[in-house]
Design a protein. Structure first.
Length: 161
């Protein structure tokens, strides 16, 4: 090797360290973005926690249900409940979107916790004069007493009273 080659040889010291630092930065950034995305998605989807599994088929959108429930705001304030009134009969297709989505992941005889983000509840326009404020996430404790398959279809043939 000539003196001229030795004088112009690039210095490679520290290059591997910088390369590893770059890799670590890219990996950490990817993990951070994935976590942020997961939190965003989680805040926009209905969450159902099974406390006691039910039996039979999952509830369908055309079904009717007889349920007992307690609805709460995020701060724990109860805004609606069937306690002392008896179970409520509902058609799955006639409730707010998040409640319907949650019900379709439940079975007769089951007990569940349901979290509905505001976009799938009442959003910015809750019922006037009601206890639910605008943009409120809703939480429910639900006991599915009975499922009536195809109740919405059966109701279509009935005269309105």
């Amino acid at each position: 090797m000539s003196v001229a080659e030795a004088a112009h040889r690039p210095d490679h010291r520290g290059r591997a360290f910088k390369l590893w630092l770059g890799f670590l930065f890219v990996i950490a950034s990817g993990i951070g973005l994935a976590w942020a995305s997961a939190e965003t998605v989680k805040s926009k989807v209905v969450q159902v926690e099974t406390l006691k599994p039910g039996t039979g088929a999952l509830i369908q959108t055309q079904d009717g249900v007889l349920i007992e429930y307690t609805g709460k705001l995020e701060n724990g304030t109860v805004f609606d409940s069937t306690k002392g009134k008896g179970p409520a009969p509902l058609l799955v297709s006639q409730v707010i979107p998040g409640f319907a989505q949650g019900l379709t992941r439940m079975q007769q005889g089951g007990r569940y916790k349901l979290h509905i983000p505001c976009d799938l509840a009442y959003g910015a326009n809750p019922p006037a004069g009601g206890p639910v404020p605008p943009n409120a996430d809703l939480d429910f404790d639900i006991d599915v007493i009975q499922v009536v398959p195809n109740a919405a279809t059966m109701m279509q043939g009935q005269p309105q009273q």
